[in-house]
Design a protein. Sequence first.
Length: 554
Amino acid sequence: MPISRLLALMLLLVPLGVARAAPPPAPKTIPKPAEQVVTVHFPVSCETSVQADFDRAVTLLHHMTYSQARAAFQEVAEHDPACAMAQWGIAMTLFTPLWPTRPSPADLQQGWDAAQKGRALAPPTAREREFVAAAAAFFEEPDSTDYWARIARWETAMAALHAAFPNDTEASAFYALALLASARPGPGAQEHSRRAVELLEPVLRDNPSHPGAMHYMIHANDLPGREHNDLDIVQGYEKVAPDNPHALHMPTHIYTRLGDWDGVIRGNLRAEAAALKYPAGDQGQYVTDEFPHAIEYLVYAYLQQAEDQKAAAQIKRLHATAHLEPTVKTAFHLASTRARYALERHAWAEAAALEPRSPATVDWDNYPWPEAITWFARGYGAVRRGKDAEARNALGPLQELEGKAAKSGEEVFARQIQILRLDLAAWAAHALHDDESAITTLQQAVELEASTPKPPVTPAPTIPAAELLADLLTELKRPREALAAYQVSLQRFPRRFNSTLGAARSFAATDDAAGAEKMYCQLLQLAADGKRVELGEARRFVDGRKHRCAPGRP
């Protein structure tokens, strides 16, 4: 049975992952992560008996293991009700800087209450008062829905805290996080990353295993041009918390940017297994969204190695898992994994048949970007099949979703949808033989994509705009221009299967046999165990040149 039909059958036979299913009975306590290395020392003026537990809670906070961190801070508060900093910690677990998730109204009220309780407990030191005030700055006006105003207030408060205590390790680490969280599209994102790195470097000199500094340094380097920096820190972070799903996953952001698919697979196999051990929610009622997050990165890596059956198996696991945490991350991965599976394999009929807003148990009204991915895949699959009207029908929903994201103040999400809309509009114009307009529109998408920070939720664009431009130029029999566009794609997203294949074909079409052989060899090394028919094309070309590619990954 063809793998496309096999996946379709598997997804029909299993219950879909749900975001609003009735949760299972809550356990009496949330399981604690296994023993981890605690190298944080955040001295506070609470009872000395809770200092070690407070340090452990801060460690979990730095790892962004929020449910377990909140439970740990609550335990500190139970043992020392006068500990104001325990309330600071509880508040800090109720928003998720750098993640696409947003605190619910209940989270905002709970965070504000915790911050106010921390203030009322009258922290005895100026340092502690500043930390509590910074958390309170985020949660002010709990009825407001302006997330970015909250992040800006938090950054300003953390800047003041760091200015008052410039040598305080935790003030430096959390200020670096605030800088990264407040970055917006444009050159300012690079500047925020540079400033964050300047703050984190001395922290790591004094404490090379500081989990927050290691973690935030990886985020700071998760940008084009920075991915080769501090690889020792990336590799070290894998070892700091060997049972923490987010810590196991985080280095794979950099491995993805490097095209190190073996590293991506290694880290996310461990991360997804760890994620299933520790539920999310204050009562442990959900499977944490770290599980679908790890699966998406696995699916992406397997597809670049043409390991399509392994990618299909991971998608099956995701959609067979009930009680998924109801967040934008979960919604994103439910939509994106299916779209990627069809689009990366050029299975246009599968892409065109994808159903938006599926599964129906997800509250899609709150998630315009995840919904847009399915509309794009559906429209792009249709246009590649010659179904021009169906493709144009997807442009309307994309426009509406883009406007919805912009209206809610989510500029990065709106730009991501805009890129998808431009990509599809260009190919729809090509279908109408308006090719110069199609090229111009795709060039605009390439520029927009380059100036828009990649949200950490996604390993890469659904399809890089430069690759789509190169594919269009290939169809127009303009191989030299196509090659230049494929090379742009590979510079930003190294070792992508389809960009590597396209570059090989472009070299061949320009009679550059040596260039084609090099790229075909890279493809064969990249997908050494893959089964796609395109690999036969690569082998025939290399064999015809009477050459043998070097073994191993490129």
